[in-house]
Design a protein around this ligand. Structure first.
Ligand code: C2O
Ligand code: CU
Length: 466
């Protein structure tokens, strides 16, 4: 058979090694979903926890047997988890070993502008920056990610995001699932080339591999009891519409800014990029050996993006946890002064198919030297945010604050959106009405579409609190 000699044999045989396989993405449910690494503080003194991270290139085994180049906080992919407590300060010293400027934004954090990770407030390669998070806000599932203007989309896509779980006495006093039964899950999409490397182009419609905690459509072994999953949509563009394959609803207990007032049964949970939702799933309804699939009916072809993650029930376990009927009390969202300032915000982008589409807020692209909106410290305002595009969905994120969604499309916001939010989806032609209170700090911050390819195109603006 080998008579043709070496050269011939080399042609006839498939190239060796998985790096050259045609489709490096394995079939669904063949890799295990990892739980992201929890960082330990370098020091914990008085009321301060100090962390140190190096922002650097690394490789991760996202696809079996393949080393994929990624950008990381401290070498971790998926990104690491920082645990914080309200009233306790966290310092994170970030070393930039990436070879290009970076900035780190704590998404959902009420922080001084010097630690906010403004898109222009980058620090150079070879230098370090200490971010100070006072955690003067209630519990919430936050996250941190790169925000270097024009580069944020690609940096986050390649791995620069992490989880920041802020808790407080109220949350701790509740009998919700805790410890190993409280699992952060970051969902996102990606496109891999034939060598299994992450391919990035702006506005790519072919990011059709769904990753859960950095693995393609993995499985996760669970006990037959309740779990709390802290879901984050870490995609650049993809909207997820999540449901369970047994038709039972997800029990949503929290949104971006922490617990809802009451748990809500959601048949389909919609999450746009940057949004978070904590859900409780009770696997005790199922016998050991059952597989439950978290499915996605959001945009995209179901055979490509329809399966997200399988929960395999592999054992029984005691379950002292429960989901209280009342989780917290929030001030009524509608307690607005009559004379509150009302602003109209219009999100749009080029839809004429030009190769380099531009993003706009109120008709203007982001200009870091322009302050678009000035608000009074401590004031409450009504922001009507409209997506004036015909096809492109957008969403809207404000730094510094957690807001309330009053209305969606002229109707009162649904129960999953009546908690504290920092990111809200805005579908084509739709208007959402927000109640925003500018408290905590004075300074310059940004608001933008959190479909990061869109903010990178200019769909971003600056507001000043003074
Ligand atoms: Cu997570 Cu300015 O964004
Ligand atoms: Cu957008």
């Amino acid at each position: 058979i080998l008579a043709g000699g070496e050269a011939h044999a080399a042609e006839a045989l498939p190239p060796a090694g998985p790096r050259r396989a045609k489709d490096p993405v394995p079939p669904a449910f063949t890799t295990a979903m990892p739980v992201p690494t929890v960082l330990r503080p370098l020091s914990s003194t008085g009321a301060v926890d100090c962390y140190e991270l190096t922002i650097r290139r690394s490789t991760a085994e996202i696809l079996p047997g393949i080393a994929t180049d990624v950008l990381t906080y401290g070498g971790h992919f998926p990104g690491p988890v920082i645990h914080a407590r309200s009233g306790r300060r966290v310092l994170v010293r970030q070393h930039n070993d990436l070879g290009m400027p970076v900035t780190v934004h704590l998404h959902g954090g009420n922080v001084p502008s010097a630690s906010d990770g403004n898109p222009m407030d980058v620090f150079a390669p070879g230098t370090a920056r200490t971010y100070v998070y006072a955690n003067r806000q209630p519990h919430a599932s936050l996250w941190f990610h790169d925000h270097a203007h024009h580069m944020e989309a690609e940096h986050v896509y390649r791995g620069l995001s992490g989880t920041y779980l802020l808790t407080d006495d109220l949350e701790q006093s509740l009998p919700l699932p805790k410890g190993r039964y409280d699992v952060p899950i970051t969902l996102r999409d990606a496109r891999f080339d034939e060598r299994g490397q992450l391919a990035y182009t702006m506005s790519d419609r072919n990011r059709t591999t769904v990753l859960a905690n950095g693995r393609p459509t993995p499985y996760f072994e669970v006990a037959a009891r309740k779990y709390r999953f802290r879901l984050l949509n870490g995609s650049n563009l993809r909207l997820f519409a999540l449901s369970l394959s047994d038709g039972s609803p997800l029990t949503q207990i929290a949104s971006d800014g922490g617990l809802l007032e009451r748990p809500v049964a959601v048949p389909v949970l919609t999450l746009s990029p940057g949004e978070r939702a904590d859900v409780v799933v009770d696997f005790s309804r199922h016998t050991v050996g059952t597989r439950l699939v978290l499915t996605n009916t959001g945009p995209g072809r179901p055979e490509q993006v329809g399966k997200v993650l399988a929960f395999d029930v592999v054992r029984t376990a005691d379950d002292p946890s429960s989901v209280p009927e009342v989780l917290r009390t929030l001030r009524p969202a509608a307690a607005l002064p009559k004379a509150a300032v009302t602003r109209d915000i219009e999100l749009s982008m080029d839809e004429d198919g030009r190769p380099d589409p531009r993003g706009f807020i109120n008709g203007r692209m982001y200009d870091p030297d322009r302050v678009d909106t000035t608000v009074a410290f401590g004031s409450s305002e009504v922001w009507n945010v409209t997506n004036s595009n015909k096809r492109a969905p957008h969403n809207f994120h404000l730094h510094l604050v957690q807001f309330r969604v009053l209305e969606r499309g002229g109707r009162p916001a649904g129960p999953t959106e009546t908690g504290l939010k920092d990111t809200v989806r805005v579908m084509p032609g739709e208007t959402v009405k927000l109640h925003v209170t500018f408290d905590g700090y004075r300074g310059d911050y940004v608001y933008h579409c959190h479909m990061l390819d869109h903010s990178a195109m200019g769909m971003m603006a600056t507001f000043r609190v003074r």
